[in-house]
Design a protein around this ligand. Sequence first.
Ligand code: ADP
Ligand code: ZN
Length: 654
Amino acid sequence: MADNKNNKPGNGFRITSIIYILLFIGFGYILFKDDGSELSGEASYTDFKEYMEKGYVSDLVIYPNMNTMDMYIKPDSAKYVFGNRATQPQIKPMLTVGVGSLDNLQEFIDQTEQSGTFTGKVEYRKRSHTFTDILISVFPFVLIIVFWILITRRMGGGAGGGGGVFNVGKSKARVYEKGQSDRVTFKDVAGQAEAKTEVEEIVEFLKNPKKYTDLGGKIPKGALLVGPPGTGKTLLAKAVAGEADVPFFSLSGSDFVEMFVGVGASRVRDLFRQAKEKSPCIIFIDEIDAVGRARGKNPAMGGNDERENTLNQLLTEMDGFGTNSGVIILAATNRVDILDKALLRAGRFDRQIHLDLPDLNERKEVFGVHLRNIKLSKDVDVDLLARQTPGFSGADIANVCNEAALIAARHNKKKVEKDDFLAAVDRIVGGLEKKTKVMTAEEKRTIALHEAGHATLSWFLEYANPLIKVTIVPRGRALGAAWYLPEERQITTKEQMLDEMCATLGGRAAEELFIGHISTGAMNDLERVTKQAYGMIAYAGMGDRLPNLCYYSSTDEYAFQKPYSDKTAELIDEEVKTLIAQQYERGKQILLEHQEGHHQLAQLLIEREVIMAEDVEKIFGKRPWASRSEEILRDDKTAPENAPVVENKDKVEP
Ligand code: ADP
Ligand code: ZN
């Protein structure tokens, strides 16, 4: 397993045990000493004077450096001094006395010697602190330290093992060394073909940095893996490390954040120091939004200074090492939008790799990966399983496989059967329903018809953007989406705008025509269309009854008053309504004309969840208006990945 170099559970533990042993010895010493047979104790200076005058004292040993003296009592006088405790003859009964002034003491001794009450020896000695003295003076500090350690351990969440007080500033990264037998490779990552091609370059670089640096090439320092939870972001990062066979540092953004000030920044420093030592290597920061959230815009609010310090340190470190140092940082997040813009700047996480929920075929592959180690009965049909799990993430599928095996084991089966899988799916759907949307068959049909509506219209409208792919895999709040390749153009004509509008309305039109009732699934479309229509009428001067009038003011953007009369406002509203109604009607006409094809398309979507332009072409034949960009698309199969792509999502607001 992982060799947690910086996480030795020993460190904090060893120190505490030493302290415990010291304490134990100390207490033992005190107890033992009190139990001793020697008669001893302390006496005040007044007592001392009294005993001297009464002639009990045999000898004195004075320690000038400690301002104390030992007063030895004559054995036969011990009973007066120690009372009952002196029943047995003691060897040398002794009392310790604090001395205020050595001069006064000497004077007093001289007096008693002259008066004859004291005849013993007086000795001056130097004494070092005894063990007990040291212990007593150190004891409170030891106690405080012990408490501190216990508290920080508790906070550090003990389980990690690190977290002792001497380790707070250390990074909590888990390190996977190179050359491990159980390393993850691309084989373990099913689907996500695009993401895999994206990271391939990183692997190449890590394997053979010289090839790139010799040519003066620069490799990105960081890449951001963006996608919903459980889509395999961590897995992919691990696979990159595994493929390149380099060490892999893994930690979560929240590991940087601790209640102590300055800890986060020092952890970042420590992490990069360690990484540089092991370069080439990969640092993986999960949930980078925990530290990377946009810094407070309002300085007066104070904000979370500690988090900002950590983020600043991270940025500094990323700038601080050269592109060729061989440390590559991969970070995962579900929310690029809330990340600080500074993180996304060139030379930092300037690459974004998107991971999506798997579609039907990808789900089959994911099942393939996770069923490898499961004893399957013959009746298990991967195809059916993939069909039963729309909207599941890779992690959910891994979970299904595991759960199915557990259910089978519970029933003492020799092999995992189909029923076990179905039960597992049900169980996980139950858990998921609270978190994400799981589609019912009816919903799926509605969404398919809707998206097929967009696809059909954009196929038959001359100026609509050529379609690349349509999906009904839910992602985030989007139920389905269609991607188009936009034509590059500086100005847009009215015809183009109308065609786009019509295609956008196609979803709703298809719902009305073929389902009979309309749904909220078109909200996003309608919003876009409405905005566009207002733009056309009020700003672009395209209204029939309001030609060549632009009510947009480029000088004062935040005008509080409309630059037109109420009458004009009414007119604008009417024009917008007519415009949209016309396009909607046009859309319905086209859909009715190509009803057959539309239905085939929807059916294909239900089956496959994703369809590409080729599939649409098979149904409708060649697009009547093969535009320039579409020819590019046809000539060069890689074009869609690199070209700017517009994505029309069908979102439903909560
Ligand atoms: P994320 O980091 O995106 O939240 P993880 O990488 O931690 O997701 O995925 C959790 C688990 O889900 C993985 O360990 C793996 O078992 C499974 N998993 C997720 N995506 C895939 C995939 N594409 N192929 C195979 N397994 C996957
Ligand atoms: Zn739509």
